[in-house]
Design a binder for this molecule. Sequence first.
Ligand SMILES: [Zn+2]
Length: 79
Amino acid sequence: MSISKPCPKCSFGRIRPTTAPYILDYFGHPLIFPEAPAHGCDVCRYLIYDTTFLFELDHLMDQFETAQQPNRAVPPVIV
Ligand SMILES: [Zn+2]
């Protein structure tokens, strides 16, 4: 298991794995992740979202946006 690190903000607390709500503004529509993985300070509540979660979310949104583009290649329909 990972060893907790000292908080970079207050230097008193320890950074521990936790979850926190993450809200993404997707073209004016809120996408809410109620329990996004994060790391938080047990003293000052400084919060860092998990970088793997953010990377995977960004990758998923890129794939979704690519799929939503109207000018993407569409296979021809042969009648
Ligand atoms: Zn702290």
